[in-house]
Design a protein around this ligand. Structure first.
Ligand code: NAD
Length: 477
């Protein structure tokens, strides 16, 4: 059978060491792959590529079946984009799958029963990286959640659960505060969960959900969440399972897939032959399963589990009493290679299921009637409200009237409270009388009127109703 081409990047920091160890095990396992090295990361940033990747590398990655990537270091300072985010979004790798399981009693953990898979949305949320410094003292990030993005990830989570015999999918959001963005994610979760009657479903507000995950992770099975919560909580989950160095992750798209450890390049540990290669190795195991080589995946996973059972441990999971031998990166890989063909005696042996289906269903467009009924104008003003209010309170364009001024979302006019502490970014809301439609021309005239009275416009946001219901937060109170 022809070998499956795989792009491989050795990354930065501990990356080259853990990649070498991982490839050593892969090659010894009989995995039928052909390695195509690609260069990404710090060296490429320094050559003047602000994304950390030479554009020619895209083609190589595109023409391989999967991309196995060691962690990279994003240089500090402005002008450098996160390469990880760029790869995930550019290649449409929308599902980030992060299994976090306990390997008790061989790896110390307070949570011996833990076996959680975090399915993190990978393309949207604050990771769109759309950020602005609006005034000297105010910065703003845009959180984007779409129905299309939410449907893809939630469906993936249920398909993953079905394929892997998992019983429950839990959704974490903060929709009590972010009613539109997280609210949409939650709504889509409720809709799609109905299509999987054999799988339990539940929703938690992310703060208490996170607390429960840290305290009693065994009550969770598959957890699906928007990008930022998934990023943070998968590190927490991996760490409480035993070590952040133990978790691998898959980034899955309809046309490609990338596999990596969840941890970073740990520069402090680089070049010392101490790093745990398990995160990258388990990512490679996910990769083999994904490309249709479950036997090789299982062979490696079982040998790795057996090595843990022998107490052969890297420093991060080494514990007097439980561990038998503290080893370096190379020696750990050698031990796994020696154990290929062995089965774990206490830990669960591997069961692999092949790639989860990613074919997205035709996306029925939301047909709500959308009507423009106003505008929020954000202005930069250092000083008090009373200084600019008289200038705008008489702006009457067509049937648009000033309804409210807020500061950081708190209404300060009409009927503001004297205690509210204000910053230099103000939002002025204009709405049509009795919900009648406004025109784009009306909005342009409002902006023009602000300019006319000498106010510094930072940005504006159009206000719409959908089937008569406001599509914007009300900031009442
Ligand atoms: P990190 O995950 O690299 O390391 C934090 C600490 O965790 C390390 O100091 C070490 O004590 C421990 N650790 C991590 N991996 C380990 C392993 N395999 N074996 C043993 N111990 C391990 O996080 P950081 O220090 O915040 O980030 C360092 C760099 O990595 C930054 O430049 C960051 O941008 C980058 N990063 C890259 C990726 C990626 O490429 N996917 C992900 C996260 C961070």
């Amino acid at each position: 059978m022809a070998k499956i081409p795989i792009a491989v990047a050795e990354g930065d920091g501990i990356g080259p060491e853990i990649m070498k160890a991982t490839l050593h095990v892969l090659q010894a396992s009989g995995a039928n792959i052909e390695i195509h090295p690609v260069e990404i990361g710090e060296k490429v940033y320094m050559k003047g590529f602000p994304t950390g990747m030479d554009p020619k590398t895209w083609d190589l990655i595109r023409h391989t079946k999967a991309f196995l990537k060691a962690p990279i270091t994003t240089p500090q300072g402005g002008g450098f984009k996160s390469l990880n985010v760029t790869i995930r979004t550019t290649l449409g790798l929308y599902a980030n799958v992060r299994p976090c399981a306990s390997y008790y009693p061989f790896v110390a953990t307070k949570h011996p029963e833990m076996d959680v898979v975090i399915v993190r949305e990978n393309e949207e949320d604050l990771y769109a990286g759309i950020e602005y410094r609006q005034t000297p003292e105010v910065a703003c990030s845009l959180k984007i959640i779409s129905r299309q993005g939410s449907e893809k990830i939630v469906r993936y989570a249920f398909e993953y659960a079905k394929k892997h015999g998992r019983k429950k999918v839990t959704c974490f959001t903060k929709d009590n505060i972010m009613k539109f963005s997280d609210g949409l994610f939650h709504k889509v979760f409720d809709e799609i969960s109905q299509q999987y009657p054999d799988i339990l479903n539940e929703h938690w507000i992310v703060d208490i959900g996170a607390a429960k995950l840290a305290d009693t992770p065994e009550i969770f099975d598959v957890i699906v969440m928007p990008n930022l919560y998934g990023d943070i909580l998968s590190d927490v989950a991996a760490q409480i399972a035993g070590s952040v160095g133990l978790a691998g992750s898959a980034n899955i798209g309809e046309k490609g897939a990338m596999f990596e450890a969840i941890h970073g390049s740990a520069p402090r540990r680089a070049g010392q032959n101490v790093a745990n290669p398990s995160g990258l190795l388990l990512a490679a195991v996910q990769m083999l399963d994904h490309i249709g080589q479950p036997e090789a995946a299982a062979r490696i996973y079982n040998a790795w589990s057996y090595t843990l059972e022998q107490g052969i441990h890297t420093y991060d999971i080494f514990k007097e009493g439980t561990s038998k031998q503290k080893v370096g990166t190379r020696e750990f890989a050698d031990a796994i290679v020696k154990n290929l063909g062995k089965m774990p005696e206490t830990l669960k042996p591997a069961v692999f299921h092949g790639a989860t289906s990613t074919s997205s269903r035709p996306h029925p467009h939301d047909t709500s009637r959308r009507e423009l009924i106003g505008i929020d104008v954000f202005i930069y003003h250092r000083g008090v409200l009373e200084e600019f209010l008289p200038k705008i309170s008489h702006i009457n364009i067509s049937q648009l009237r000033l309804k409210m001024v807020t500061n950081r979302g708190v209404r300060v006019w009409p009927q503001g409270q004297p205690e509210t502490s204000c910053i230099e970014q103000w939002r002025c809301r204009f709405l049509t009388e009795s919900g009648r439609a406004a025109t784009q021309g009306d909005l342009i005239q409002i902006l023009h009127a602000f300019d006319h009275v000498g106010l510094d416009i930072i940005k504006s946001e159009n206000l719409y109703t959908f089937d008569g219901k406001p599509g914007y937060s009300s900031s009442e109170g």
